[in-house]
Design a protein around this ligand. Structure first.
Ligand code: ADP
Length: 260
């Protein structure tokens, strides 16, 4: 016999559980948004006094000082510049994580983004004796997105590839179309990333435990920024990496049609 009372009871319980879960998701989203706002506010508040500290340090650069004072000034300058990098990255992270500030997509020519990034990273690459190549097809590779943000994605990936490779190695940026999507690959022959590190790679402030990698300067925010930008573009990011052999970061983004 049908037990309508029992079925109805189960259905009501299911609806209540669903409602509870829905409420929890909403609360978590609100908390996440609050966290983002808090970080942005703190970063803004720190930025102004820091700008004045950096300005005064620059002013003192030409002064005729020696010994301990000179050393102290140089240490303060390094520290202040590092703080500026962290704060700028935090501000960008909160900007690209803000759902009320979505991407306004337009066609972005990835070959010109790649050329720009190679140009931008050439000094750092030369310093480490790394060759950066771009392989792009004869057809245009157009992504649908924000040009500055996509520039940032590629420059973070390429500068990491340069930082985390031994001198003499090559970094290759490879562009292609794949159906409705476009693919940007950044391949290196560098240190590689262990499976344990790969799991935490895109979280804020994560830096590898690999001693050769951690010797390089960084904030641990670069890949978190990359992940958020790719996500808000409706794309995804894949990683193939082996310790001691190198890494390939592959970003898939929605493609765009050339403007008529
Ligand atoms: P940062 O470079 O400022 O430390 P990122 O978020 O860009 O921060 O990267 C996090 C960590 O991931 C780095 O500290 C490094 O250990 C590792 N990593 C990133 N890219 C590579 C790469 N191409 N090869 C090896 N390790 C990498």
């Amino acid at each position: 016999a049908l037990d309508i009372g029992h079925d109805l009871g189960t259905a009501i319980l299911n609806v209540r559980a669903f409602e509870r879960e829905h409420r929890l998701v909403k609360e978590l989203q609100a908390l996440d948004q609050y966290k983002g706002q808090l970080i942005a506010t703190v970063a803004h508040e720190l930025k102004n006094p820091l700008t004045s500290i950096v300005g005064y340090l620059e002013m003192l650069e030409g002064e005729d000082v020696e010994g301990a004072v000179k050393q102290a000034l140089s240490a303060m300058d390094r520290g202040a510049r590092r703080m500026v990098r962290v704060i700028d990255d935090l501000l960008l992270l909160s900007k690209v994580g803000d759902p009320s500030n979505p991407v306004i997509p337009r066609p972005v020519d990835l070959a010109s983004v790649a050329a720009d990034v190679v140009d931008l990273t050439s000094v750092a690459a030369q310093k480490r004796d790394i060759t950066v190549l771009v392989e792009s097809p004869t057809y245009p590779v157009l992504a649908s997105g924000d040009p500055d943000e996509l520039d940032r994605v590629l420059s973070n990936l390429v500068s990491n590839a340069v930082k985390y490779s031994e001198p003499g190695r090559t970094v290759t940026v490879c562009l292609a179309r794949d159906g409705e999507e476009v693919v940007v690959e950044c391949r290196d022959e560098g240190f590689g990333i262990s499976p344990e590190d790969q799991e935490k790679l895109f979280t804020e402030f994560f830096r590898s435990t690999n001693p050769v990698a951690v010797a390089q300067p960084g904030t641990g925010l670069g890949l978190a920024i990359v992940a958020r930008i790719v996500e808000r573009h409706g794309g995804r990011i894949e990683l193939d990496s082996e310790l001691g052999r190198g890494s390939t970061f592959r970003v898939r983004l929605p493609g765009a049609q050339p403007a008529a």
